[in-house]
Design a protein. Structure first.
Length: 179
């Protein structure tokens, strides 16, 4: 009986150790990333998971097997929801986002995307946040890229007109201007 318990304990320890090593040493399929913006007293971060294209149709009609179908809720990344955190008020198309931490999700379509800011930020998975907690939404123009982007990228760009959150994946680019 002692030998059986000892062997069982050793087996359990080996399995737990192997599982731990697999989880910690295997790179995630959609790694977590954070993009930062620090300009004009604004300190903004966006944290999101970065899925890969992997020869899939990314944006398009559901009937064509698109990973992200047009006119449907998308958490804007993989795994957990995209989180935007700001130390100051931001203006998105005359909608004021107060300093704080929020979830950002989108509804893609062919020429523009609906961008929604929601007051809840603890979601994981494909569950849509409660629309009752949507603070506001605005339209962002999408455009086609010349070259395909393999992995979802969200960053910040600034030019003489102003600053924007920029999303790029596959051959799609979306700019979300803010002040």
């Amino acid at each position: 009986m002692k030998k059986f318990l000892k062997n069982t304990l050793i087996t359990v320890v080996v399995l737990i150790s192997a599982g731990y090593l697999y989880i910690t040493l295997t790179p995630p399929a959609s790694p977590l990333d954070t993009s930062n913006f620090n300009q004009d007293g604004k300190d903004i971060s966006i944290t999101y998971s970065k899925p890969y294209k992997k020869n899939r149709l990314i944006f398009g009609d559901e009937s064509d097997g698109a990973l992200v179908p047009y006119n449907q809720y998308w958490r804007t990344g993989a795994n957990r929801h995209t989180i935007i955190k700001t130390n100051s008020d931001l203006n998105f198309n005359d909608n004021i986002l107060s300093s704080g931490e929020y979830s950002l999700y989108t509804v893609p379509s062919v020429d523009s995307w609906k961008v929604v800011i929601n007051s809840e930020n603890g979601y994981f998975g494909i569950i849509q946040p409660d629309p009752e907690n949507d603070l506001f939404s605005f339209e962002a123009i999408s455009s086609k890229l010349e070259n395909s982007v393999e992995q979802l990228s969200i960053d910040f760009v600034s030019d003489s007109i102003g600053s924007s959150i920029r999303l790029r994946w596959d051959t799609t680019q979306v700019l979300m201007p803010f002040k």
